[in-house]
Design a protein around this ligand. Structure first.
Ligand code: SF4
Length: 343
C-alpha cells in the first residue's frame, strides 16, 4: 500500500497525500542561457516531464529563472548549494528550492532562505546525496544509509526550528541497496513526501536497469511521490524511462504501451519490427492505450483480448477485446494506427 505522505504544493501541482507520482528531470543546459534552457524544458515537457529542476551555480543563472519561468508551463525547481543569496533570489521565480540547509552556512543565512521560501509560498527539498554527506556524519556512521537518514533529520530540524514544514526529502546513493535502505529507514520515521531516485546511476543501459530496480522496488513498497531517473544521457531519456517504470507498475497511464512477444519458431510475422514501428510512430501520443502484438495463437489470443488493440499470428486483428477481422502483415502498422485514431 502506498504510504500517505504530507501534501506539498509545487507550482500548480500537488504531491504527496495520494496525488499521482510525478516524473521529474533536470535540464543540462547552462541555466544562464535562458533560451537554450527553455527550449530543452519544452522538449522534456513534450516527452512527459512534469517538474523540471535546473542548477543555479551563479547569480546570472538565478536571474535567468525569471525569463525561463515566464516561458514554460511546468513547475521549475532551483538547485542551489553553498550560497544563500542565490536561493533568496531564485525563490522569487522558482516553484521549489532544492538545497541542503547544512551547506548554506550560519543560522542567519538559512533563516534568509526560509523567509524567502515563506514569502513566495514555495517548498524546499532537502536533497541528501551520499557523495556530499556532512563530514562528521561520514566519520560517525561511514557512507551508510544511517548517515544519509541522519543528515536528512538534521537538515529537517534546521528548517522546522524556523517554523518551516513545506518540505520534500530525497536520499540518493549511486547504488541501489543503499538507496533503497535509506528511503525505507526514513519513511518509517517521518511522513514528508519523498522524491526518489538512484543518483549518478550510469549510462543509458546500466542506469536504466539500476533506476528501474531502485525506483521500482521503492514504489512497489509504497514509497515515493516524485521520481527522477538520473542518466548520463540526454535528459529526455530520463523522462522516457521514468514513465516506463510508472507504466510497468500500473501506477500511471500515458501514451501507447506495446506488449510484444519475444517470438520463437512459431511466430508467423516479424513481431519485433512491427512493435518497434508502432512505438516509433506513436511516441508523441499522450492518449493511454495498450497494443498487443503477438506472434502466434499460443499466448496471442489472451494478450490481444486484454489490450485495446491486438494483432496476432494467422493475421487476426483484435479491437476492444474482440476479433475484428484479418489483416495482412504488410498492412498491420497502418491498421493499428488507424484503430488508435478511431478509438
Ligand atoms: Fe512464440 Fe507464439 Fe509465444 Fe510469440 S506468442 S513467443 S510466437 S509461442
Amino acid at each position: 500500500m502506498r504510504k500517505r505522505t504530507k501534501e506539498v504544493r509545487i507550482g500548480k501541482l500537488r504531491i504527496g497525500n495520494g496525488h499521482p507520482i510525478l516524473v521529474q528531470s533536470m535540464a543540462n543546459t547552462l541555466t544562464s542561457d535562458s533560451d537554450a534552457t527553455t527550449k530543452q524544458i519544452h522538449e522534456l515537457s513534450d516527452a512527459g516531464c512534469e517538474i523540471i529542476r535546473v542548477s543555479v551555480p551563479d547569480m546570472k543563472s538565478a536571474l535567468a529563472l525569471k525569463k525561463i519561468r515566464e516561458n514554460i508551463s511546468i513547475p521549475l525547481v532551483a538547485d542551489i548549494h553553498f550560497d544563500y543569496r542565490l536561493a533568496v533570489e531564485s525563490a522569487k521565480y522558482a516553484d521549489k528550492l532544492r538545497i541542503n540547509p547544512g551547506n548554506i552556512g550560519s543560522e542567519e543565512k538559512i533563516r534568509a532562505v526560509v523567509d524567502a521560501a515563506k514569502e513566495h509560498s514555495i517548498p524546499i527539498r532537502i536533497g541528501v546525496n551520499l557523495g556530499s554527506l556532512e563530514k562528521e556524519l561520514e566519520k560517525k556512521y561511514g557512507l551508510t544509509p544511517k548517515a544519509m537518514v541522519e543528515s536528512a533529520m538534521q537538515n529537517i530540524t534546521l528548517l522546522e526550528n524556523l517554523d518551516f514544514y513545506d518540505i520534500v526529502v530525497s536520499l540518493k546513493a549511486s547504488d541501489v541497496p543503499r538507496t533503497i535502505e535509506a528511503y525505507k529507514m526514513f519513511s518509517e520515521k517521518l511522513d514528508y513526501p519523498l522524491h526518489i531516485g538512484v543518483t549518478e546511476s550510469g549510462t543509458i543501459f546500466s542506469g536504466t536497469i539500476s533506476s528501474s530496480i531502485g525506483i521500482g522496488s521503492l514504489l512497489l513498497g509504497g514509497i515515493g511521490d516524485t521520481i527522477r531517473v538520473s542518466l548520463a544521457a540526454p535528459p529526455v531519456e530520463e523522462v522516457k524511462v521514468g514513465w516506463q517504470i510508472l507504466k510497468s507498475l500500473k501506477l500511471r497511464k500515458r501514451g501507447i504501451e506495446v506488449t510484444a512477444c519475444p517470438t520463437c519458431a512459431r511466430a508467423n510475422f516479424d513481431v519485433a519490427l512491427v512493435a518497434r514501428k508502432i512505438e516509433d510512430e506513436t511516441k508523441n501520443m499522450e492518449k493511454p492505450m495498450h497494443i498487443a502484438i503477438m506472434g502466434c495463437g499460443v499466448n496471442g489470443p489472451g494478450e490481444a483480448k486484454e489490450a485495446d488493440i491486438g494483432g496476432k499470428g494467422e493475421n487476426l486483428f483484435y479491437s476492444k477485446g474482440g476479433i475484428s477481422g484479418k489483416v495482412s502483415e504488410k498492412d498491420i502498422l497502418d491498421r493499428v494506427l488507424k484503430e488508435i485514431n478511431s478509438q
